[in-house]
Write a protein that binds this ligand. Structure first.
Ligand SMILES: C[S@@+](CC[C@H](N)C(=O)[O-])C[C@H]1O[C@@H](n2cnc3c(N)ncnc32)[C@H](O)[C@@H]1O
Length: 280
């Protein structure tokens, strides 16, 4: 078993700090990914749904809208700032069928199953031991219940070229945060499918999609990088070197700018699904 407490605390701090700007800088990113997941796994009236690593509710809130007043949508996240924003947004939307807990996805302690569905969008690769986490999630589903997760698929080579500027400054384990390394489980469809199979899910399958990510200008790209997990890369760079790294990134970004100054990259999204077998 991995001792993940230090890692989990780091993630909680990171996402707490960025929770006010997360999904607030005007770049469509988390909503289209959540919408794509839900298109493949439509919520039904009356479901009990658990969203793990719910953030500000990109998946959780549309689920709550869809399952109706007799359904229940539960969101857990390690960052209390994220949970507070999800709670506020749900209140603003008049949703009463949502519950939240600050809890560790590695080993959720506060939620009681069984749930009909578990979702987790762009979370698993942040965990110290994704396989152990999935093994802990499975008993929270009812037999025959479904799970759907998103991770990152193919990266736009132009975007990768911009992200290259961070690499000389990063510790080895941070170099490929989106996939946990080219040999890691998040580098391929098969790798993620194997995680689900090895944790006892069945009927495991992958769907892929690509979203377009538009930055109005280099400033918006910069703001975006501080508002998402990539913030940890900036923090790994000594403060006195950040301006230089930013200039390097922006000189690469302008090569891909449209006439109006905007830059549009693509991002592959992998959606992996499974079922808790009825006999387990
Ligand atoms: C990229 S965000 C995705 C949030 C949300 N699912 C969405 O699609 O917008 C990753 C989320 O995972 C959460 N997270 C990271 N490590 C976690 C852990 N150990 N337990 C629970 N949540 C965690 C973060 O706080 C953050 O809200």
């Amino acid at each position: 078993m991995v001792d993940s407490s230090g890692h989990t605390e780091k993630m909680a701090n990171l996402f707490d700090k960025l929770s006010d700007s997360y999904d607030e800088v005007g770049v469509d990113f988390f909503q289209p990914i959540a919408a794509s997941l839900l298109k493949s796994m439509p919520p039904t009236q009356g479901e009990r749904w658990l969203d793990i690593g719910c953030g500000r509710g990109a998946v959780l809130l549309p689920v709550a809208q869809s399952i109706g007043q007799h359904g229940l949508a539960v969101g857990i996240d390690i960052a209390s700032g994220m949970v507070e924003h999800a709670r506020r947004l749900a209140l603003q939307a008049g949703l009463r069928n949502v519950e939240y807990e600050v809890d560790d996805a590695q080993s959720p302690a506060t939620v009681k199953g069984p749930f009909d569905t578990i979702s987790s969008s762009l979370v698993l690769f942040f965990l110290a031991d994704p396989l152990a986490a999935l093994r802990n999630w499975r008993p929270l589903l009812k037999p025959g219940g479904r799970i759907g997760i998103t991770t990152f698929g193919a990266n736009d080579p132009r975007w990768a070229e911009v992200d290259e500027v961070f690499k000389p400054h990063l510790p080895p384990e941070m170099k490929d945060a989106r996939t946990s390394g080219k040999g890691g489980p998040f580098a391929s469809d098969e790798g993620v499918e194997k995680l689900l199979l090895d944790s006892g899910f069945t009927e495991v399958r992958t769907e892929s999609t690509t979203i377009k990510v538009r930055f109005a200008d280099a400033q918006q790209w910069y703001d975006f990088t501080w508002s998402v997990g990539q913030r940890m890369m900036w923090l790994a760079i000594p403060e006195h070197s950040r301006a230089e790294v930013r200039m390097d990134a922006e000189s690469r970004l302008v090569r891909y700018a449209e006439a109006d100054g905007s830059i549009t990259f693509t991002q592959g999204i992998r959606k992996t699904f499974g079922i808790r077998p009825v006999y387990q």
